[in-house]
Ligand binder design. Structure first.
Ligand code: BES
Ligand code: MN
Ligand code: ZN
Length: 514
């Protein structure tokens, strides 16, 4: 398999871990040397990298030009004072190091390295971080932060994806920490790779990622990682199956829909299978209920949920997490045309229910309904869907927090705890039975649009009505899947949000089972 043919080739990395006392063993000089600093070391006089360079940093700090806040870095050219060309100082609260503080500081280092176009670095690891949270965990955070911070969306000028080959050398205080650091760093690299894959997929323009292309990518992913299996339903097979929701939304586009199924059997001994369903609307023009033109280009990201699910599958395979997962992605383009579905249509869903269409722009819930049914027929015992489902969730939670709805409090709590470990934000929306009235139709089992208020809840509950009593959590990433500006670890464009949370959740499931 030629991995170049996949949309994200993956980070190329090599690294060594050395204790302080063998620092000079390796002859090769890195392009940059990294030191993590905190307020104490900025105010004090101890050696960081080199007296003259350290004094430059402290001078900048005293005059307020180097801000002591997480993610901030200062690059000082070494001008021959050190073998490396650049010194990268990264602020990190080291007195009480937190996972978030380390991840964000590493993200700043990644950004600085990407800006300098250096990829070989010697990184002096502060022992307080290793002591506070353990070498393995600290290393995983450094890898995640570094690579997520360094990620840039690709340009099609030149048509070739340019990625650095990283060459890293960690200097640890204690030799005994080396093996844990090594293992933890590899885990973090795999996690970051999964997130960057999701970002890359999200950023692909919709003419280059049609539903058929998306399905091809799934089969490339499966052949790249032997532990994944792939099954695609094209539009004919979907029709034979009766996937009426998928077909209705897809019928307006010249690019026919696909139902994509990816399977990962990491724990054959367990009977439990988690279903992950990702909204794969490769472009959402709104259909006949056409969206306004301004900013419509953002809706290439309406497959952000599907991208997250693809990222999770890649992460499961890379990290070899012992869990069983069936991933389902309804991939479809929502377009207005002479063949498009229309307001007033009544469609027959895969699961047997009928839906009255009131707004063709509420298409995600329709394809996800068929997605949930597919996951159930593929043997899922519990269901988690990820979707850029509503703009309404952004009114409630902004672009910071993912909204969640559930029919099973325990499953939701497990997902929220996972999000906390992963450093992502998930917040529950209420799902009281009274909200279901919004979806009552006089001509069908359900209508797809609940009215002006509580849109994120109505959309979520619509999807949940296809869960067939299985524990289910819906994650609405309508506000969090796409950034218009860079922010901390997230560059402009697709964020890959929820990949880390879901990997953490599945890792937790596997630990509970063993
Ligand atoms: N994909 C959109 C939701 C969305 C909007 C995500 C903006 C991110 C940013 C979804 O398909 C949609 O159009 N939802 C409508 C639902 C409405 C018609 C009930 C919305 O949120 O306006
Ligand atoms: Mn829409
Ligand atoms: Zn949509």
């Amino acid at each position: 398999m030629d991995i170049e043919s996949m949309l994200w080739p993956g980070w190329q990395l090599q690294w060594t871990v050395d204790p302080m006392d063998v620092e000079d063993r390796i002859g090769k000089t890195a392009e940059a040397v990294v030191a993590m600093v905190d307020s104490e070391s900025l105010e004090g006089g101890g050696l960081l990298l080199h007296p003259a360079l350290d004094e430059t940093l402290r001078d900048l700090f005293r005059r307020g030009a180097f801000e002591a806040s997480p993610g901030v870095t200062e690059v000082v050219p070494t001008l021959g004072l050190l073998p490396e060309k650049y010194a990268i100082y990264a602020f990190c609260p080291l007195g009480e190091p937190t996972p978030k503080g380390i991840r964000i500081a590493a993200g700043g280092i990644g950004k600085a390295a990407a800006g300098l176009k250096v990829s070989s670095m010697k990184w002096n690891v502060p022992s307080s971080a290793v002591r506070a949270i353990g070498a393995g965990a600290a290393a995983a955070l450094c890898a995640e932060g570094l690579l997520l911070g360094a990620y840039r969306k690709r340009t099609y000028a030149g048509e070739k994806r340019e990625l650095p080959t990283w060459d890293l050398r960690f200097v640890l205080e204690r030799k005994e920490d080396g093996p844990d650091w090594d293992r933890g760093f590899l885990t973090g690299v795999h996690t970051a790779d999964a997130v960057c894959y999701a970002r890359e997929l999200t950023n692909v323009p919709s003419n280059r990622l049609t539903p058929a292309k998306f399905a091809e990518e799934a089969s490339l992913l499966a052949s790249r990682y032997g532990s994944l299996e792939c099954r695609i339903y094209d539009e004919k097979e979907a029709a034979d199956e009766g996937m009426g929701g998928l077909l209705a939304v897809g019928q307006g586009s010249a690019n026919p829909p696909r139902m994509i199924v990816l399977r990962y059997r990491g724990n054959p001994g367990s009977g439990r299978t988690t279903g992950l369903i990702g909204k794969g609307v490769t472009f959402d023009a709104g259909g006949i209920s056409l969206k306004p033109g301004a900013g419509m280009e953002e809706f290439i990201s309406d497959m952000g949920g599907a991208a997250a699910v693809f990222g999770v599958m890649r992460g499961l395979a890379l990290r070899r997490i012992p869990a069983n997962v069936v991933a389902v992605v309804p991939a479809v383009e929502n377009m207005p045309s002479g063949s498009a579905y229309k307001p007033g249509d009544v469609i027959a869903m895969y699961g047997g229910k009928t839906v009255e269409v009131l707004n063709t722009d509420a298409e995600g819930r329709i394809v996800l309904g068929d997605g949930l049914t597919t996951a159930i027929r593929e043997g899922a015992d519990e269901l988690i869907d990820v979707a850029t489902l509503t703009g309404a969730v952004m009114h409630a939670l902004g672009d910071v927090t993912t909204g969640a709805i559930t029919n099973d409090e325990a499953l939701l709590q497990a997902v929220i705890r996972a999000s906390e470990r992963a450093g992502e934000y998930v917040w529950p929306l209420p799902a009281h039975p009274e909200y279901r009235r919004m979806l009552r139709s006089s001509v069908a089992d359900l209508k797809n649009h609940g009215g002006a208020w509580g849109g994120a809840i109505a959309g979520g509950l619509f999807i949940g009505s296809f869960a067939e009593e299985r524990p289910w959590v819906h994650l609405d990433i309508g506000g969090t899947a796409w950034m218009w500006e860079d922010r901390d670890l997230e560059p402009k464009g697709g964020t890959g949000v929820m990949v880390r949370t879901l990997l953490e959740y599945l890792q937790g499931v596997s630990e509970a089972e063993s």
